[in-house]
Design a protein around this ligand. Structure first.
Ligand SMILES: Cc1cc2nc3c(=O)[nH]c(=O)nc-3n(C[C@H](O)[C@H](O)[C@H](O)COP(=O)(O)OP(=O)(O)OC[C@H]3O[C@@H](n4cnc5c(N)ncnc54)[C@H](O)[C@@H]3O)c2cc1C
Length: 388
């Protein structure tokens, strides 16, 4: 079987699985940008776990798969197309792989099965007031006291801390060394005495982030991941393969599907607007195709065991810009769909679409900043590719 045929068979298998196992009401919620409860997400996570597909990028021995990056891309695209809820990236994409690489057997045995089954949720404690793009400037201190560290300071912009059980944190264990060299990586149970969580709301009053305060929080040294003062190495490794998945092609394709549905609903309302939007959609489709092919080119390079350099920064910039352009078009289409319509289908759908538009747009705006802002990506391209 050729690679292409193999991929087609695989795509069909994923589709069949989703048709049989993804709860329809859950997919509808994702389609319309509505919140999914922790219980619903945990159930979906464990369904994938039972199939062996919950952590495709983990090694087989830890419950992953042997798929290459191209297969993972197909899986992502099909899942997003069917509006399957994305799983918590903090556990599956960030700390999970780091535990596999740097964890002790005890840490692996404790955390990995619980991440896979969806029972244990992590959040990410990197950013601090005063340390975002310049992360190495972080100040949260971890002072040795016997067999423990005592943590003091705070983390900010912590997404999902309100639902999480544990947080992985970068902390300063040495003030004397160069900035990056005095950092360690610790795993902290959010129920530990001395931790308090303050919600931070976005302008639409949605709780998007938190500030997590640590007031003399005692954390056993055995909860450190990797060596003391080598946390920067662990943090960098979290990027790993995930660096290559930043183009958000799968999510862009899903949003394109939503946009197309809206255009179909616009028929008989405004022919002029429909035509104008269709033209923009065509331009987006071309740009998305180019992004997908560029992304696949990098994935193939990595699958062959070759290094992919700073070029992936391009993917992050383009992927986030593209999805934001799509959001603008959905906004335009929703304006027209909001006019009372005669068909009952439209009347039912409009409030739901409005929700989808709002939550999608606000969420996608964050892509410009989260995980390394566009300006920082441009700096990387300027320095490492253009040699400026
Ligand atoms: C939706 C969302 C979710 C997030 N979730 C988390 C999370 O769960 N955990 C976590 O730890 N963090 C999280 N963050 C924080 C995110 O990582 C930081 O916001 C990001 O690293 C930027 O840091 P900052 O906000 O301190 O901005 P700053 O670093 O202060 O930057 C402010 C502006 O200056 C620009 N800038 C900074 N330095 C340079 C430079 N050298 N050259 C050119 N321009 C520059 C930046 O691009 C930005 O526009 C999240 C952010 C968002 C938006």
């Amino acid at each position: 079987m050729s690679k292409r045929e193999e991929h087609t068979v695989f795509e069909k298998e994923v589709k069949e699985f989703l048709e049989e196992n993804l709860p329809k009401h859950l997919a509808r919620k994702i389609e319309f940008g509505e919140s999914v409860s922790r219980e619903e997400l945990t159930l979906w996570t464990s369904t994938l776990d039972k199939k062996g597909w919950v952590a495709p990028h983990w090694p087989l021995e830890f419950g992953g798969t042997d798929w290459n990056l191209q297969k993972r891309h197909i899986f992502d695209v099909v899942c997003r197309k069917y509006h399957a809820p994305p799983l918590s990236g903090f556990g599956f994409n960030m700390v999970g792989p780091a535990i596999i690489k740097y964890g002790t057997d005890r840490q692996r045995n404790y955390f990995l099965p619980q991440i896979r089954s969806g029972e244990l949720w992590f959040c990410q404690g990197y950013s601090e007031p005063g340390a975002g793009s310049d992360l190495a400037n972080l100040k949260m201190s971890a002072q040795r006291s016997g067999d423990s560290y005592v943590l003091n300071g705070s983390k900010i912009w912590t997404s999902g801390a309100e639902d999480a059980d544990w947080i992985f944190c970068l902390v300063r264990t040495d003030n004397e060394s160069q900035l990056q060299k005095g950092i360690s990586f610790v795993l902290v149970d959010l129920n530990t005495y001395g931790i308090s969580i303050k919600p931070l709301f976005a302008f639409n009053r949605k709780r998007l982030w938190n500030q997590v305060f640590f007031d003399s929080v005692v954390v056993p040294i055995e909860q450190r991941l990797g060596e003391e003062n080598k946390g920067w190495t662990v943090a960098k490794s979290l990027l790993g393969d995930e660096r290559l998945m930043v183009s958000r092609v799968a999510e862009n394709k899903r949003v394109l599907g939503v946009l197309r549905k809206n255009i179909a609903r616009m028929k008989d309302r405004s022919v002029l607007l429909e035509e104008a939007i269709k033209k923009s959609v065509t331009q987006i489709e071309i740009a998305l195709l180019a992004l997908e092919h560029t992304s696949l080119r990098f994935l193939q390079t990595a699958d062959k065991g070759n290094n992919v350099g700073a070029e992936v920064s391009l993917l992050k910039i383009l992927g986030s810009q593209l999805i934001q352009r799509q959001d603008e078009l959905i906004f335009q289409s929703i304006d027209h769909l909001a006019v009372p319509a005669s068909s009952s289908e439209s009347q039912e759908a409009v409030p739901r679409w409005a929700n989808a538009v709002a939550s999608g747009t606000y969420h996608h705006r964050g892509y410009t900043i989260a995980g390394g802002s566009t300006e920082i990506q441009r700096n990387i391209i300027a320095k490492q590719i253009l040699g400026l």
